[in-house]
Design a binder for this molecule. Structure first.
Ligand code: B12
Ligand code: SF4
Length: 472
């Protein structure tokens, strides 16, 4: 089986990160099946390369990861696989099919859709297809042509990330992943928990259950990463600092075993304990990333953030005092905000003197409380991600994303421009690290992910992911 990770950004200005989902699946499947993972983003492959790729790998099954932003591209890949060789089985999994399985399966080129953590259903599917057994119902797996009355994602504890082997990074060219803001490269990503118990109104990551890897598994995985010659790790946990005892034991484990890696985590202003930055620094942490979101206390309250501007100032100070760098994410044009409120947030980001600031326009993501409110108030009438999953060619214009209807498209763009021009951003880091030579456009600033590619004037702004994911 070959797992494909679609490519979607222009090369120069981005950090390419390993496809943890596919690597986790490959680690599990390799015990019984021949598996290859192709990171099309890393290798700069396009859909047009598919026929040649299939010639090389000669797969029986092709699995593709789908997140909403790259869904149009993922679907094109599946179509190209079927055009090149209709006898290859196509399987699609990942966050977007998990949220929208029925819409995903509405595309005839997809033979199977797997929801939730894919290890067990994918193994069962590969076993069946390999032995030529007739397809019987596999939990969390849906087959084309079968009329399902409902689509559910069952999550028993048997599906928790902690029950499966950690990702085997050797399935891709792991030394080729570099991240400009990491102190040393190569870099990789790691995830040790999924989910978050908080209830920020704009977020979709607070769905149960919370899944955790054991402390021992975390430290073992980091040791293997160090042995591979990788130097830095970006933790992708929504909230690494959620369980204090766990943070302490991971740090102590790293110190005891003498593991010297650079790492960065996402935290929440209200969940960082005063002792954490110092101990984390000793254990190799170089940066903490917060979803600060706003410089306006009224907006913070409406977001359900559970902290104030003043708390932010104290936490950022404590992080810097410990010698760590600090990254902050901000959301602009939250529903109810005036221009003055937005400018206050931009000014606050500047005042905090963060090492990196990231800004995004507020969207009311389906699945969030904000979206439910928009439905109740009649501002939304449909789940636009569901529509996009069914009809990706139509794209989603920026105006449709914005959760605020107070501003024109030009004004929204103006806020982003102002925010990025007046603070230190990732673009500055790339420029500095290249000795000032890098003069490209910071393309994360306007990701063309959701575009109908024929209409270049629609775009999805930076950090949508952080905005919904994370209290970084
Ligand atoms: C790391 C990350 C990124 C990285 C991706 C790096 C990479 N190469 O993977 C970066 C920063 C580039 C990124 C970007 C975006 N991201 Co992102 N990201 C995440 C994050 C924080 C962790 C993903 C991860 O590694 N998980 C760990 C692995 C083990 O889990 P997994 O990927 O879910 O995989 C499991 C299952 O999904 C399934 N599975 C996955 N793939 C496949 C494939 C097959 C064939 C099968 C059968 C099963 C299967 O099995 C896996 C193992 O159990 C998640 C949030 C989260 N906690 O998951 C958001 C998340 C995936 N991102 C999201 C979004 C929206 C985006 C963007 C579109 C944002 C934007 N501004 O454009 C872009 C898309 C572009 C892109 N390249 O992905 C959404 C997706 C929502 C959706 N409906 O699809 C998420 C869920 C966050 C959220 N709730 O908003 N992201
Ligand atoms: S924004 Fe962060 S803290 Fe808030 S619910 Fe989402 S993941 Fe949790």
């Amino acid at each position: 089986m070959t797992g494909l990770y679609p490519s979607g950004y222009t090369r120069e200005a981005r950090s390419v990160l390993p496809p943890l989902g596919l690597l986790s699946l490959a680690s599990y499947l390799k015990e019984k099946h021949d598996v290859e993972v192709l990171d099309m983003m890393l290798l700069d492959h396009s859909v047009e390369d598919m026929p040649d790729i299939l010639q090389v790998f000669k797969p029986d099954i092709v699995g593709v990861t789908a997140v909403i932003g790259l869904w149009a591209l993922a679907l094109e890949i599946v179509r190209e696989v079927k055009r090149s060789n209709s006898s290859i089985y196509t399987v699609v999994g990942g966050p977007n099919p998990t949220y929208y399985p029925e819409e995903t399966l509405s595309h005839r080129e997809i033979d199977f859709v797997i929801v939730g953590n894919g290890q067990k259903p994918l193994m069962a599917l590969c076993d069946i297809l390999e032995h030529g057994w007739t397809f019987e119902r596999i939990e969390n797996c849906y087959m084309q042509g079968v009329g399902y009355s409902k689509f559910d994602c069952t999550h028993s504890s048997g599906h928790d990330i902690g029950n499966f082997p950690y990702p085997d990074r050797r399935f891709t060219q792991y030394k080729s992943y570099t991240v400009p803001f990491c102190p040393e490269n190569p870099s990789t990503t790691m995830i040790t928990s999924m989910g978050c118990p908080f209830r920020c109104a704009f977020c979709t990551q607070n769905r149960p259950p919370i899944q955790l890897c054991s402390v021992r598994a975390v430290v073992d995985e980091m040791e293997e990463i160090e042995d591979l010659g990788i130097r830095s790790i970006l933790f992708q946990d929504e909230l690494f600092t959620l369980y204090r005892g766990r943070v302490r034991t991971v740090c102590e484990g790293l110190l005891e075993r003498g593991i010297r890696l650079n790492w960065t985590v996402k935290s929440r202003v209200s969940s960082l304990r005063p002792w954490m930055p110092g101990l984390m620094k000793q254990a190799g942490c170089f940066n903490i990333h917060f979803g600060i979101e706003s410089g306006n206390d009224a907006t913070l309250r409406r977001m359900n953030k559970g902290y104030t501007r003043e708390n932010v100032v104290d936490v950022v100070k404590s992080v810097k005092k410990a010698g760590l760098s600090c990254t902050g994410n901000f959301m602009l044009a939250y529903p109810g905000e005036t221009e003055e409120d937005i400018l206050q947030t931009i000014a606050f980001a500047k005042e905090l003197e963060l090492d990196i600031s990231q800004f995004s326009l507020t969207i009311d993501s389906p699945g969030s409380q904000l979206f439910e409110e928009a439905l109740r108030m009649g501002r939304r009438t449909e789940d636009y991600f569901s529509e996009f999953t069914r009809y990706p060619d139509r794209g989603i214009p920026l105006e449709q994303f914005s959760a605020s209807d107070r501003f024109s498209r030009e004004q929204l763009q103006g806020f982003l421009d102002k925010a990025y021009a007046s603070t230190r951003t990732l673009f500055n880091v790339v420029k500095e690290k290249s000795g000032g030579c890098y003069d490209g456009k910071w393309d994360n600033y306007a990701i063309t992910a959701f575009n109908n590619r024929n209409s270049p004037d629609t775009f999805y702004s930076v950090g949508a992911e952080e905005r919904t994911v994370a209290d970084e």
